[in-house]
Write a protein that binds this ligand. Structure first.
Ligand SMILES: Cc1cc2nc3c(=O)[nH]c(=O)nc-3n(C[C@H](O)[C@H](O)[C@H](O)COP(=O)(O)OP(=O)(O)OC[C@H]3O[C@@H](n4cnc5c(N)ncnc54)[C@H](O)[C@@H]3O)c2cc1C
Ligand code: SF4
Length: 337
């Protein structure tokens, strides 16, 4: 049993103030990740600041795009008519994740900040640099089938488990935050970090900063998109590899393309140089393979996850084809609310 204090914040400023007053405090939204981590003794907050009743629950048009409040639930977001119509990639990615019950509880902001599913991170009897900096990485010489193949370091080879975030990377969202120093917007590509020497830091958010919203630019790739998730079970499983794709086509020629891989790195993995290989090219298998080869050229496998390199290459080629043909991957749990 761990002792902690509980307080409810009534507005964003109060939540920021309460966080600033206690370096060991944690915000709680849906609680679907944080409460598990507390039960496993991975997180030991001195105080939980409940933000679940803050008025950050609307989805609004901004003129250029959409602004999604940080407390919009994953379910509400996936089924919102504007998201289904203009950003169906986002909807597909969310519905590929978790379960209906979890999506009802989980918040948009919390999804970005969920922590890795590395088994050793959850097992407090084993060394883990992310949980206890300097203790070592058990996955390097342990069971690493689910682990990263891109952007790893000697300190950590964990992956980021979110599906929603892979789509947000392709959509080039901005994360709006409020903190002791005021408000700022963080481009999605700069929000999550690679492990390098500080795997304990998942993001560039400072202590005391709260995500208030996610903004989406106008471009939603609503005609040519797909979210393809490869996993051990068809539902209720994290990605071995996932791919989000958005294409703009003129006839059969690619005007612009974005793609990101999930389940392969400490953050959703984009490679702008590989995306540039699509520009102006025919949407065919040769083009897709060239882009996939460029992304996976830097990949490195460990004892049990070498298969992910070829899996990611094939998944990316398949996903690009699905997007180009406007035949997105259907999610089996689309109708389960
Ligand atoms: C069994 C299971 C299966 C799952 N499968 C998937 C899956 O397949 N795909 C997938 O993407 N996800 C999956 N999830 C993860 C789930 O989507 C996340 O747990 C959820 O999105 C987290 O949101 P939350 O509101 O519950 O966050 P919480 O648990 O409340 O918080 C998580 C973290 O975010 C911080 N936080 C929350 N809101 C804010 C905010 N506004 N500003 C700053 N910090 C904040 C908290 O302090 C905490 O550190 C699964 C979870 C479970 C338990
Ligand atoms: S991969 Fe990262 S999270 Fe997993 S044991 Fe190593 S340091 Fe910990």
């Amino acid at each position: 049993m761990i002792n902690f204090q509980y307080a409810r914040a009534h507005d964003v400023a109060e939540a920021v103030r309460q966080m600033g007053a206690d370096p060991a405090a944690k915000l709680i939204a849906g609680g679907t990740n944080l409460v598990d981590l507390m039960k496993y003794d991975v997180e030991r907050p001195s105080r939980l600041i409940d933000i679940s009743r803050l008025p950050l629950t609307s989805i609004e048009e901004t003129g250029q795009g959409l602004r999604i409040g940080a407390l919009v639930s994953n379910a509400e977001l996936a089924y919102h008519p504007l998201i289904e119509k203009r950003y169906p990639l986002l909807s597909s990615a969310i519905l590929a994740g978790a379960s209906a019950q979890l999506r009802n509880m989980a918040s948009t902001g919390g999804n970005l900040l969920q922590r890795t599913r590395c088994h050793y991170f959850y097992d407090v009897a084993t060394p883990c640099n992310k949980r206890e900096p300097g203790s070592g990485c058990s996955a390097l010489s342990g069971i690493n089938r689910m682990h990263a193949i891109l952007g790893t370091s000697e300190a950590c080879i964990a992956t980021h488990p979110s599906d929603l975030c892979v789509a947000l990377a392709v959509l080039e969202a901005t994360v709006e935050v409020a903190g002791p120093g005021g408000e700022r917007g963080i481009p999605f590509a700069d929000f999550h970090r690679l492990p390098a020497e500080e795997p304990e830091r998942d993001t560039n958010l400072a202590h005391g900063e709260i995500i208030t919203a996610i903004t989406l630019p106008a471009r939603g790739f609503s005609s040519h998109y797909t979210y393809l998730k490869i996993r051990d079970r068809l539902s209720y499983a994290f990605a071995l590899v996932s791919v989000a794709v958005g294409l703009e086509l003129e006839g059969n020629r690619i005007k612009e393309g974005r793609f990101a891989l999930g389940g392969v790195a400490h953050k959703p993995w984009r490679n702008p140089a590989a995306e540039a290989l699509l520009r102006g090219q025919e949407a065919n298998e040769a083009t897709f393979k060239a882009a996939a080869d460029a992304v996976l050229r830097e990949a490195k496998g460990y004892a049990h996850n070498g298969f992910k390199i070829e899996l990611a290459r094939r998944a990316l080629v398949r996903a690009l084809g699905q997007a180009a043909r406007a035949t997105p991957q259907s999610q089996s749990n689309k109708s389960i609310r």
